[in-house]
Design a protein around this ligand. Structure first.
Ligand SMILES: [Zn+2]
Length: 604
């Protein structure tokens, strides 16, 4: 009886769901002024009050964004085209109290900021990130979506997106809201470069780069060859491609002065924007490598904290050190493995990682989990008031990359394994199955690859903790020396601005640096050191030359117009450099050479 009842209920729910549908129709009657006209047609919906809203967050972007601010002239109509009441109940929420199960909501969208998050609408180039562009109806997340794009007159009308194509080249579909919101779309005079790659399981996947470029069209082919090589090198880390929905992966690449620099990962595509000229694109390889790596790491090896994505608020995650940080590490490493960078630039990247891990208060005083949680404020978050981020936050990109670097070197030198093996293990357990992970289950996998005791120790010290990492010892195993960059006296890394009264501190002073310890804060003006006037960069530099780390100088500074003096103990610049044994004149043994080559060499 119970079973029969459940079956009956299931059938009737399916019947109701089958009739529900969301359809968008997009046109551009006022494209010269960056406007789009968007119609949302909700059909088969319950005849209760229908609530429509704009998102406040966007997949892969972790701070809140008020997308509702660029939506106006919102109207609603019934099936016969008769206007019906629509009430604005919050800044970005609209309610249709009465209807017959069918509503057409029409609004104007303004978009003039093309990047990985927002909308950019221009006659020749329509650039749409879905959360910034499309209102959605609450409670209809599972309803199938259709979308029709009517390109403006004069626009070449080529469309690139990960949405599912139909027989009409201007119409696409999505299985539901989550996929739709994850599917940025570009319309314009796109140059498409396409190729196929065979997967390990015999399936063939289709890859394409849709270039929206102003100049440098002759450089598109050689650049595409480099991306092809990167794609193969990335596949080699995991052993296979993900099963791309609809068989295709798309790089949406906007490279022109009219976009803002960004890179945003999606399930079967990425939105990359670079606001410069296209000059061969070598500076873009890191970002292509990074975003493509995400189609395994974060799109499918996915933290539980991001599932399902909530479009109404920011989505706090404990795991961005892994989702973004490990991806950052691989983005740099894979360009090197693909033979597309010089090892000097890779070592420069590693240097940045270890300096941010060892010398920023956000990483010496807080854990990578703390850093990840901070993303809800820092990831393109905008604030009017000042913050103390320089003392409490280190980017989870660099913090996580520095952690990946340490783990890779530990695995290679102690366990005859590698971070590639770890990523493969995560892929098999969490990626292929699409079972979201937690920090605890990731630790479990590291324990399986090494020993539970090692995983416990590593996570306690470096993931749940923030103990210093001994990079000197780790790098020595691969034939590199880590040493201090400077021996001269140092007072901190603050930006100092020359003013007639002295050097003004342009940013928050940093904990445990001479300036901070002397009580000097942002906006204060350093007037004199040891009684000598300091009004130019040279004067300060010359004065520091006369001292060594540990010396105590008298500093006179003005705070809100009041002059004060304080003793200031100078320090040695804590920044590190990484130098190869070869450059230091140290012999490299075959065993060290082998470890290094296995780490940095191609896997193809
Ligand atoms: Zn990323």
């Amino acid at each position: 009886m119970r079973q029969v009842f459940i079956l009956f209920l299931f059938v009737s729910l399916c019947a109701a769901a089958a009739a529900q549908k969301i359809r968008y129709e997009v046109s551009f009657p006022n494209v010269a002024h960056h406007e789009a006209s968007i119609a949302l047609i909700a059909s088969g919906i319950p005849k209760t009050a229908a609530v429509f809203r704009m998102s406040r967050s966007s997949p892969g972007r972790y701070a809140t964004h008020e997308f509702g601010k660029n939506v106006y002239d919102v109207k609603a109509f019934d099936k016969e085209g008769v206007p019906i009441a629509i009430n604005r109940t919050e800044g970005d929420v609209y309610e249709v109290p009465k209807h017959e199960g069918w509503v057409r909501v029409v609004y104007t969208l303004y978009g003039n900021y093309a990047d990985g998050t927002y909308a950019g609408i221009d006659p020749q180039s329509i650039h749409l990130n879905m959360p910034a562009s499309f209102m959605w109806m609450k409670g209809m997340d599972a309803a199938p979506i259709e979308i029709k794009f009517n390109a403006p007159a004069g626009n070449a009308g080529k469309i690139a997106t990960q949405l599912k194509p139909t027989t009409d080249p201007t119409e696409f579909t999505a299985p539901g809201l989550q996929y739709f919101m994850d599917s940025p779309t570009k319309i314009g005079d796109l140059i498409l470069k396409e190729w196929d790659v065979k997967n390990g399981d015999g399936k063939t996947f289709h890859f394409r780069i849709a270039f929206d470029i102003a100049e440098g069209k002759d450089k598109v082919d050689p650049f595409t060859e480099k991306v092809k090589r990167l794609v193969e090198e990335e596949k080699a880390v995991f052993g296979e491609f993900p099963q791309y929905d609809y068989g295709t992966y798309t790089f949406l690449a906007s490279i022109n002065p009219y976009v803002h620099g960004d890179g945003m990962e999606h399930r079967n595509s990425t939105m990359i924007s670079f606001g410069g000229q296209f000059d061969g694109g070598d500076e873009l390889l890191d970002i292509f490598a990074h975003e493509f790596f995400h189609n395994w790491n974060v799109e499918r090896i996915r933290p539980k904290t991001l599932e399902p994505f909530n479009f109404e608020k920011s989505n706090m995650s404990n795991e961005l050190w892994l989702a973004e940080g490990f991806t950052q590490y691989y983005g740099n490493l894979l360009v090197e493995r693909a033979g597309l960078s010089t090892s000097a630039s890779l070592i420069a990247n590693f240097t940045g990682m270890i300096n941010s891990r060892l010398n920023t208060p956000g990483a010496t005083g807080y854990t990578p989990i703390d850093a990840s949680r901070q993303a809800v404020f820092t990831d393109a978050g905008v604030s009017v008031d000042r913050t103390n981020y320089p003392n409490i936050f280190t980017s989870y990109y660099y913090y996580g990359a520095a952690t990946a670097l340490a783990l890779d070197m530990e695995l290679r030198s102690r366990f005859n394994k590698s971070l590639d093996n770890f990523m493969q293990a995560l892929w098999k357990r969490f990626g292929k199955t699409e079972v979201p992970y937690t920090v605890a289950t990731v630790q479990e996998e590291l324990g399986r690859l090494t020993t539970p005791a090692f995983a416990q120790e590593f996570f306690t010290r470096y993931i749940y903790g923030h103990e210093p990492v001994d990079y000197t010892d780790l790098f020595a195993k691969f034939g590199y020396v880590v040493k201090r960059r400077g021996i001269r006296a140092w007072l901190g890394n603050n930006r100092l601005i020359a003013t007639p009264k002295g050097m003004q501190v342009g940013s928050n002073t940093i904990r445990n640096t001479p300036l901070y310890n002397a009580g000097i804060d942002v906006d204060d003006i350093i007037e004199k050191i040891d009684g000598k006037e300091i009004s130019k960069e040279d004067a300060l530099s010359n004065l520091l030359e006369l001292h060594k780390p540990g010396d105590v100088v008298e500093v006179q500074f003005s705070h809100r117009g009041v002059s004060k003096t304080a003793p200031m103990r100078l320090m040695q610049d804590p920044a590190n450099l990484i130098v190869s044994f070869e450059e230091e004149g140290i012999g490299v043994t075959p065993a060290v050479k082998k470890l290094r080559d296995e780490w940095l060499g191609s896997k193809l």
